[in-house]
Design a protein around this ligand. Structure first.
Ligand code: TYD
Ligand code: MG
Length: 454
């Protein structure tokens, strides 16, 4: 016998409780609790199932090869794992104003050559979208617009018109009639996404859903939808800078952690083929406190410049600031420098920054961070044509990194003539045209630089 239970659910964040609250303990919103009746079956039992489950041996199932098509933007195809998969649902997340709508509208021109697209906006009027389309030179006749926030109406329009691609801008404005809660609340965005997912799978429509990352971060943002969708792309970047990074966070049809790099211009987003060159622009050479490293973003090597400023502190506890790298990693590397290379840093403020707003989270950047801090502290010049890669262990040893050849090639491509690498890394074949400096410990690396790499 199913039991009937009364529960109170927060319409904002979905928090469930047996008693009523004026303020939600989870999201701290006021007056958001609604009473709901739920049926609860007392025990899970096989007799309760109304449907016989069909089971098959895996060998008897025919795999259909996924059908992919290009979006016309190489950088976007790359993060999608080689193009869009028919009938997939992709969530494009990011801060408001970062360029999500721009990107989606921009790909319509290419996709519209042989596919019909329905662009549903719950945020902007048709004339606003038209204006932007003109600016982006999107004028295909296969692009249809609708301004709607009702999910049921969007689904009905898709069934009637059968577009091949549906773009929903944004999920936070969508509203399901049969679910309580305001648009943008967890229950609403989950239900809307589930409905679009169903549409994608049933009708073979390729769906893009845009989701804003809200001020609260994870709450009510695209984070709660990640498990439901096929692919999650995040648009990152500093709004004050022009470059934007599109990152794969989840991909059921390809690898994750790929990045696509774009430059926001007056005419829309321009693809950046060579991000390393962009991140190194305006780099000072032969000065203390800076070192270039090469990190891997998915399968792609990217060069990044790390800068450090170290100066005597005026406070009882020195200030430490890390921007673009992990703060705890920086603390650990400073400790290694103190203990294993005899640098006295306990009374020094240290600021480390990755130029261009880029984030460096790979441990292969350790050596460059340490060299930047050490040279920033001791004021010795870092050679401008050198890059450094290597992970640092707590005993001050330099540990091997993966895909060293790839990193060396990228450094060579950008005109670097020297690369400092862990001596533990073995190269499968000799590489010409770049001097390879092997080091096994932090103190050896610093010693070599101070002695002009002899
Ligand atoms: P938008 O795509 O509206 O952001 P989102 O949908 O993620 O909220 O991007 C808006 C920003 O992009 C806005 O600050 C202006 C800028 N922009 C350009 O620089 N060039 C362009 O061609 C367009 C269309 C927008
Ligand atoms: Mg937008």
């Amino acid at each position: 016998m199913p039991k009937i239970k009364q529960v109170y659910i927060c319409t904002q964040c979905g928090y469930e409780s047996p008693k009523w609250y004026g303020q939600c303990p989870q999201c701290k919103e006021w007056s958001t609790f609604e009473e709901k009746t739920v049926q609860q079956s007392s025990q899970v039992s096989p007799a309760g199932s109304s449907k016989a489950l069909e089971i098959k041996p895996i060998g008897s199932i025919k795999g259909s090869s996924e059908m992919r098509f290009s979006t016309g933007l190489k950088e976007l195809d790359r993060v999608l794992g080689g193009g869009l998969v028919v009938g997939s649902l992709t969530l494009v997340g990011g801060d408001p104003g970062i360029g999500k709508s721009t990107l989606m509208l921009q790909i319509c021109q290419y996709l519209g050559q042989d596919k019909t697209i329905l662009y549903v906006s719950g945020e902007e009027s048709m004339s606003q979208i038209k204006l932007r389309a003109e600016r982006l030179q999107v004028n295909t006749n296969n692009l249809y617009l609708a301004c709607e926030t009702n999910v049921e109406s969007v689904l009905a329009a898709c069934l009637l018109n059968q577009p091949e691609i549906l773009i929903v801008d944004s999920v936070q404005t969508m509203m399901c009639e049969r679910v309580s809660g305001t648009p943008g609340s967890v229950s609403q965005i989950k239900e809307a996404t589930a409905a679009f997912m169903h549409l994608a799978k049933e009708q073979g429509i390729t769906v893009f859903v845009i989701g804003h990352v809200t001020k609260e971060g994870a709450l009510a943002g695209p984070k709660v939808l990640e498990h439901m969708v096929d692919t999650v792309l995040y648009f990152e970047g500093d709004k004050n800078l022009n470059h934007r990074i599109l990152r794969t966070v989840k991909n059921r049809f390809g690898s994750t952690n790929e990045i696509g790099v774009f430059d926001m211009q007056n005419g829309g987003l321009i693809e950046v083929d060579n991000p390393s060159k962009m991140f190194l622009e305006g780099r000072p050479e032969n000065v203390p406190g800076t070192c270039v490293t090469c990190i891997l973003e998915g399968t792609r090597p990217v060069l990044a410049e790390i800068q450090a400023l170290v100066s005597k502190t005026g406070y009882p506890v020195p200030r430490r600031m890390a921007s673009g790298i992990d703060f705890n990693r920086m603390a650990l590397l400073i400790a290694v420098l103190e203990k294993r290379a005899n640098f006295v840093l306990y009374n020094q403020d240290a600021y480390v920054n990755v130029v261009g707003g880029f984030k460096v989270l790979e441990t292969a950047a350790d050596l460059a961070i340490v060299l930047a801090i050490a040279s920033g502290f001791s004021d010795f010049e870092m050679p401008g044509d050198l890059i450094a890669v290597g992970e640092i262990g707590l005993s001050g040893e330099i540990r091997a990194v993966s895909f060293l050849e790839k990193r060396i090639k990228e450094a060579q491509k950008l005109g670097f003539s020297k690369i400092m690498v862990p001596s533990r890394n073995k190269l499968s074949h000799p590489i010409e045209g770049i001097e390879i400096i092997r080091v096994s410990s932090v103190s050896q690396a610093i010693y070599k630089i101070r002695n002009n790499l002899q």
